[in-house]
Every structure is written in structure tokens, then in C-alpha cells.
Design a protein. Structure first.
Length: 244
């Protein structure tokens, strides 16, 4: 789950289209090509002609197993080609592959370099990922204050994950002074953008009366339900408890 600027996260809808594409691929399994999906075939043609966006899309398809079997090595190859052409999304994805060691030897320092190159092109996901490295102390010294600053930058550029994490930081006082009201503000922003865990966090705040004017179980239940519709397990449990 990454989220895109100006596009609401919807896990259920995303899974619906993944399943739809997978079923279409199986239905056309008699076609004698390794890429049975017509859409993937067109992507492959465009990627072969040097289209960086098509290369990036193919990399994501291979990484996530969308319309084709999961293949981290192929994901690395296509993302690397696109990244060399300056595609910021591919640069960020390449940073992920190096950091996690998927399809290439695990080299977090190289991952950080690619994140930085993507961040220089204002890629919100890459800016967010740099924050996670500082938070975890991977490829850099652990520094939650630096992580907070990177998350703020990512939030400005539309990272929904960063918006939720900033809510957590303000709620718990990590890298910044605790501020319940700002925590709720960030949770509301991320929840409004479809982030299921932010919906859960916002529901908790209303349930506990944290950072809001007063406790409101009705609003809490509404957000628990919205998150549960995206398959968020803690929210499903919370809804069950509410009706128990």
C-alpha cells in the first residue's frame, strides 16, 4: 500500500482489479506467450521500444505478480532500465529492491542513493522511504527527528503513508513534542485519502477522546467500519467488539 497523490487508497478495489487481471490471464492461458494478458503484451512492446513508463509498469507487475508470476529478478531488470532513463517511480522502486534485497543483492546504501535521486525529482514515496531509513537506522544512523522531517516533506508532496505516520509521531511524541490535536489532524488527512490504518487510528482517537473535543463512539464506529471494508483486521475486530 503506497497511495498516490490525489488518488484515494482503496485496498478492496485494488484487490478486485488484481483478481480480475489474474482471471483474464488464466482465461487466455492457451496463448503461446509468457505474457498472456493483452495489456501486458502491449506494455512489453512499449518497454522494448524504450518507453520508461512501460518498463516501470512491467517491473511492478513482475514484483507484485499482477498478470504474470512474481519474478523479482525481472522486476529489477525493468525498473533498472526505467530508472536509468530518469523515471522517478522506477528510481524509488529500485531503492526498494536494493534495500530489501529483492532481485538483486541486498545493498541498503545503494537503495538510499536511488531514493535520493527519486526524491530530487519530488517523488513522494521516495521521500517517505528515506524517512523510514532514518527511523529504522538502515544505511544511515537512526535519527527519529530526521525521520520526522522527511515524513513532513513526503506529506507535503502527497504521501498518504507519511500523513499517517506523522499522526503516530505526534500521538506518541516521537521525534517531536506530543500534540494530540495535530495527531488527529494528520489522521484525518490520511483517512480522507483512504488509508485504512489511519482510519483505524482516527477511530481510536474518537473512541478514547484523544485530540478531539469529546469522545464520540458513533464517529469512531463509522471509521472502524470504513477501515474494515478495506480488510483492516484490527478494525474488523473493533467493529465486532462494538456490537458485542
Amino acid at each position: 500500500m503506497h497511495g498516490r497523490p490525489n488518488i484515494k487508497i482503496n485496498q478492496s478495489l485494488a484487490e478486485h482489479y488484481r483478481t480480475l487481471l489474474s482471471n483474464l490471464t488464466k482465461a487466455n492461458a492457451s496463448i503461446s506467450t509468457p505474457l498472456h494478458s493483452t495489456s501486458l503484451s502491449w506494455l512489453h512492446i512499449a518497454a522494448s521500444s524504450g518507453n520508461s513508463s512501460a518498463q516501470f509498469c512491467l517491473g511492478l507487475c513482475h514484483y507484485n505478480g499482477i498478470g504474470t508470476p512474481k519474478n523479482n529478478s525481472a522486476a529489477y531488470v525493468f525498473c533498472h532500465r526505467a530508472a536509468l532513463q530518469g523515471h522517478p517511480g522506477a528510481m524509488n522502486m529500485l531503492g526498494n529492491l536494493y534495500t530489501e534485497g529483492h532481485g538483486t543483492p541486498k545493498t541498503p546504501t545503494l537503495g538510499l542513493r536511488w531514493y535520493i535521486r527519486a526524491a530530487e525529482r519530488k517523488d513522494a514515496a521516495a521521500i517517505y522511504n528515506i524517512g523510514t531509513l532514518f527511523e529504522r537506522g538502515v544505511a544511515v544512523d537512526e535519527d527519529v527527528r530526521q525521520a520526522f522531517e522527511w515524513y513532513v516533506r513526503a506529506s507535503v508532496f502527497g504521501s498518504v503513508n507519511a500523513q499517517n505516520v506523522l499522526g503516530i509521531f505526534y500521538e506518541q511524541g516521537v521525534g517531536v513534542a506530543q500534540n494530540p490535536e495535530k495527531a488527529v489532524q494528520y489522521y484525518k488527512t490520511a483517512a480522507g485519502n483512504g488509508h485504512p490504518h489511519a482510519m483505524y487510528n482516527l477511530a481510536r482517537c474518537y473512541h478514547d477522546g484523544f485530540g478531539v473535543e469529546r469522545r464520540d463512539d458513533v464517529v469512531a464506529l463509522m471509521w472502524f467500519k470504513m477501515a474494515s471494508e478495506q480488510g483492516h483486521l484490527l478494525s474488523i475486530l473493533s467493529v465486532a467488539v462494538c456490537f458485542d
